[in-house]
Design a protein. Structure first.
Length: 114
């Protein structure tokens, strides 16, 4: 495989892993909205695993550039980076939203016990 083809594969990995992570995070939010917290937690774990894969690919690209290899800054690379960073931000926000849903459910249950 040529270096350019390898680079393109890595860019598509960033997009794919980021997209998978984002989709899993939104599935987790939907599960939490249904109070299925076990499913939500499992989906968040899977989402984080996808982000970890993307991070490894991103780190390899950065290290390659730091070691003197010229990395072409293409629109596709910029899109992949933007896609990944958005997925990371949304995943973190969704994690917080699920914590709030858990808290509100618990407080609601405690309210009825009084």
């Amino acid at each position: 495989m040529t270096e350019a083809a390898n680079m393109e594969n890595e860019i598509f990995e960033l997009i794919a892993y980021g997209g998978n992570a984002r989709s899993l995070a939104y599935e987790a939010l939907e599960a939490a909205e249904d109070y299925d917290f076990n499913k939500a937690d499992e989906l968040l774990k899977q989402s984080q695993e996808e982000l970890s894969h993307a991070h490894k690919t991103q780190t390899a690209l950065i290290q390659r550039e730091l070691n003197g290899k010229t990395i072409e800054k293409s629109l596709l690379l910029i899109h992949a980076q933007d896609h990944l960073m958005t997925a990371i931000s949304e995943q973190k926000l969704i994690e917080h939203m699920i914590k709030l849903i858990k808290k509100f459910k618990k407080e609601g249950e405690n309210q009825w016990k009084s």
